[in-house]
Design a protein. Structure first.
Length: 68
């Protein structure tokens, strides 16, 4: 099963990863603020992830890692 990890401390909440996820399982974590004052992105339902890595490719800050 694929696994997606976000470096929440470096995420600026730009939402680009959300826009490219074919399964629509990435969201901004409204309950969390990182040290930069942004709501970081995260995966809502990891079991639905297909490991396409579109999110990691589009991330301008390289905060996403996808393991297959």
């Amino acid at each position: 099963m694929p696994r997606v990890e976000f470096r929440e401390d470096r995420c600026k909440g730009c939402s680009l990863c959300i826009s490219v996820c074919p399964k629509k399982i990435i969201l901004l974590r409204e309950d969390v603020l990182n040290c930069k004052g942004f709501h970081p992105a995260g995966v809502d339902e990891m079991d639905k992830c297909i490991g396409c890595a579109f999110c990691a490719v589009i991330c301008p800050d390289s905060v996403i890692e996808v393991e297959k």
